[in-house]
Design a protein around this ligand. Structure first.
Ligand code: ZN
Ligand code: ZN
Ligand code: FE
Length: 747
């Protein structure tokens, strides 16, 4: 006989862990007990050595699907001699490290009940169990228990309570447990909030959608606006009311059969679509699809989500309920106020959303899922750090903001918050900081922020009293974020391509080659500095960058390209003067601006309505083109730095344009040139430093064509390549990098 104490940390609460332990103990035949405490789960088990070994193996290997184990510790203790195995009452410990699981989609068992007419939860949308359901969005405080969730307002009926108390039930201690008798319910109202009579709000909503109406639907993390995706008039009306000109809408379909009518979907994509996280997945459009062309204009992809409500439609448009740039609406009063002019009807429920979360967005590239927006379904899952470090609060960037906190050897990135320049988004940022510190029970010992002094996040950090702060260079944070996600502790070559980040020399960086790790970095190369006429305005008007590249490549003898005709002559003269004399034209090494400039040069896009649009359309333009050619380019040395000069490439590209080559070919050649240049630079850096690890980060690496080319080229040349997957390569991943750098530098 032996007795062991087993301590398990990680996501082990609210995910059916104790019933699993209880059932395993019953089956294998060991005695003892299990309890939830603030660190996780503690077990004492007693039995014959072989049974105990079997029990331990089961704990390690067969744990419930939503659980994840970050620490597993066992020790021998003296025998106690109980004759049964029991689940003990929860304990509150000093150190509160129990993790809250992300919100997850209905599990298969619950789905079966949902569609079973004989089940008491037949068609009940709030069905859940310990293996599925809402978590992060309903938690108000820790420890995670029903009174500390927005389910506190719904006392359980006797049958639900019975399940909740029964260790053998799938709903044992399922905090959001509910049924039609005792749980939240749906109501359908008109735009003024008047409740519509009827038995079945869900079915009524479906009828309204079929009639072309716009319905605001309250979901897990906030409100969405839905319309029939095949109805041109309805989609056009939604675009008009939402003041959203071109940004693609996401689609939602009931099952894969429907998705396959309008989009291509490989095995990896299919698994993402039907997994528990349910992100929006970007899928290549099919020829002859039935979806309105207004859903994703000039875009070869659809963002697709897979949900229950869309039964009876090939797809519904499902877009966050907000005006452009505002955060997603999640409170009923606020939604009514803000969306009254947009939605015809509201399908709402009476369970409060405590933390708003947008949909996550994923894309498959190089055979691997990449999160472009990390939010519902993934938050607040942790990332392992290489070592235990002091608690850090990292406040992230300014666009696509997310914050990060660390505790011990784990880092927790918040949900996507958005663009902090918007006042309401900034309010949401402040709430999220409080909430993250609250649910992880932290007082940060260090605050990390971006080097840019004017980011709202940096100013917020600077305003916090009595705590050491560290300003982290933007591209160093991107590099660290990629290394951290991949568990790499050694130095690597960082190929960091993005739109804009504040450089250590006060200039605007964005096409950067770094060598470094968590503790520091050196800038070893970059794109040649070029004037950005009008500063930030050049981001919205890519034709300005096109002029800058043209002037650099051709001087005053500008070639007569079609896009120039769109610029009034006096304006053209003005911009050229700005470029020549450097008036209101900050210098930038941005790679994102090069994509913008090329998109404008080839006539794709002289103005954009959302960030990254020009680059995205330039990539989409390649679609199916097998072009392998590339352009010449210059790399020269400037002191210790390698400089990529795009002038020769631009001249060759313009020549192709004048020869009448199609955009698909030109775009492919442009992408190929960058990929070859990256290989060229990395080879030189490997020769001088001996480092063969390369990390790819920055928003430009959301570009599938470029990423796959670079990964393949580097791989063929014996580099070890690290890319992002669960943390976005864009500024949504910055906070993780900041957090780990601060934790390692300031000790
Ligand atoms: Zn379930
Ligand atoms: Zn009930
Ligand atoms: Fe960035």
């Amino acid at each position: 006989m032996q007795r062991k104490r087993i301590i398990i940390e990680g996501i082990v609460q609210g995910v059916g862990f104790r019933p699993f332990v209880y059932q395993a103990a019953q089956k294998i035949g060991v005695s003892g007990w299990v309890l939830n405490d603030s660190r996780g789960v503690t077990i004492e088990a007693e039995g014959q050595a072989d049974r105990l070994a079997e029990f331990l193996r089961t704990l390690r290997e067969d744990y419930p699907p939503l659980a994840s184990i970050s620490r597993f510790e066992e020790q021998d203790i003296s025998l106690a001699g109980e004759d049964s195995f029991v689940i003990r009452q929860s304990q509150a410990l000093e150190q509160r490290s129990a993790q809250i699981s992300p919100d997850t989609f209905v599990c298969d068992d619950c789905l079966n009940e949902l569609f079973d007419p004989a089940d008491r939860r037949h068609r009940y949308p709030f069905i859940n169990c310990t293996n599925c359901g809402p978590r992060y969005t309903i938690v108000t405080d820790i420890p995670y228990d029903r009174p500390k969730t927005t389910m506190a307002a719904f006392p359980m009926c006797p049958r639900c309570q019975g399940e909740y108390d029964d260790p053998a039930s799938r709903r044992f201690h399922a905090q959001p447990n509910a049924c039609p008798v005792c749980g939240p319910s749906l109501t359908l109202t008109d735009r003024r909030g008047l409740v519509l009579a009827g038995e079945d709000p869900l079915q009524q909503s479906v009828e309204l959608l079929k009639a072309g109406k716009i319905v605001a639907i309250k979901g897990l993390g906030g409100y969405h606006l839905a319309v029939d995706a095949c109805n041109d008039a309805a989609v056009a009306e939604l675009r008009r009311r939402k003041v959203r000109d071109e940004k693609p809408f996401a689609l939602m379909s009931f099952d894969l059969k429907q998705v396959e009518r309008y989009a291509h979907c490989d095995e990896t994509e299919r698994r993402l679509l039907v997994g528990t996280e349910r992100p929006i997945v970007l899928l290549r459009q099919k020829q002859g699809h039935p979806i309105s062309d207004l859903v994703a204009p000039r875009n070869g992809y659809f963002g697709v989500m897979y949900l229950l409500l869309a039964e009876g439609f090939p797809a519904l448009v499902m877009t966050s309920a907000n005006l452009s740039d505002e955060p997603i609406a999640y409170e009923d009063q606020d939604a009514q106020g803000r969306l009254g002019e947009i939605a015809d009807y509201f399908l709402r429920h009476d369970r409060a959303i405590h933390t708003r979360t947008d949909d996550s967005i994923a894309r498959v590239m190089a055979g691997k899922a990449l999160l472009m927006r990390r939010s519902r379904g993934y938050v607040p899952r942790g990332v392992a750090l290489p070592a235990t470090q002091p608690s850090v609060l990292a406040v992230g960037g300014e666009l696509k903001n997310a914050v990060c906190v660390t505790r011990g050897d784990r880092a927790f990135l918040s949900q996507h918050i958005g663009d902090l320049k918007n006042l309401e988004v900034f309010g949401s940022f402040e709430c999220t900081v409080d909430h993250m510190l609250g649910i992880f029970d932290l007082t940060p010992g260090i605050v990390a922020h971006d080097l840019h002094p004017d980011y709202y996040s940096s100013r917020f950090a600077e305003g916090l009293p009595d705590v050491p702060k560290l300003a982290v260079q933007h591209h160093h944070a991107h590099l660290a974020s990629c290394l951290a996600e991949n568990g790499v502790e050694d130095e690597a070559i960082g190929v960091i391509f993005d739109g804009i980040g504040y450089g250590a020399d006060g200039r605007i960086w964005g096409g950067e080659f770094l060598i470094g790790g968590f503790k520091g970095y050196r800038r070893v190369g970059h794109f040649r500095y070029l004037p950005m006429p009008g500063g930030d305005a050049a981001t919205k008007e890519p034709f300005r960058m096109a002029l800058s590249y043209l002037y650099q490549a051709f001087g005053d003898e500008l070639p007569q390209l079609p896009f120039l005709q769109g610029i009034p002559p006096h304006e053209l003269k003005l911009y050229l003067q700005m470029i020549k004399r450097g008036i209101n034209s900050p210098q930038t090494s941005s790679c994102g601006r090069l994509f913008d400039g090329v998109a404008a040069l080839v006539g794709l896009r002289d103005r954009v309505s959302y960030e990254g649009q020009a680059a995205l359309e330039l990539e989409m333009a390649i679609e199916g083109e097998g072009e392998e050619g590339k352009y010449p380019y210059d790399l020269y040395e400037e002191g210790e730095l390698l400089i990529f000069d795009p002038a020769a490439m631009i001249r060759a590209l313009v020549n192709d344009l004048i020869q009448g080559k199609v955009v698909a070919v030109i775009s492919a050649r442009f992408h190929n040139t960058l990929a070859c240049m990256v290989l060229d630079v990395c080879r030189r850096l490997r020769a001088s430093s001996g480092i063969e690890r390369v990390a790819l980060s920055g928003g430009v690496f959301q570009n599938c064509y470029l990423t796959e080319k670079v990964v393949a080229l580097l791989g063929e040349n014996d580099f070890i390549v690290y890319t992002h997957s669960l943390v976005p390569p864009n500024d949504g991943g910055l906070a993780l990098g900041q957090a780990i750098i601060a934790g390692q530098v300031l000790v």
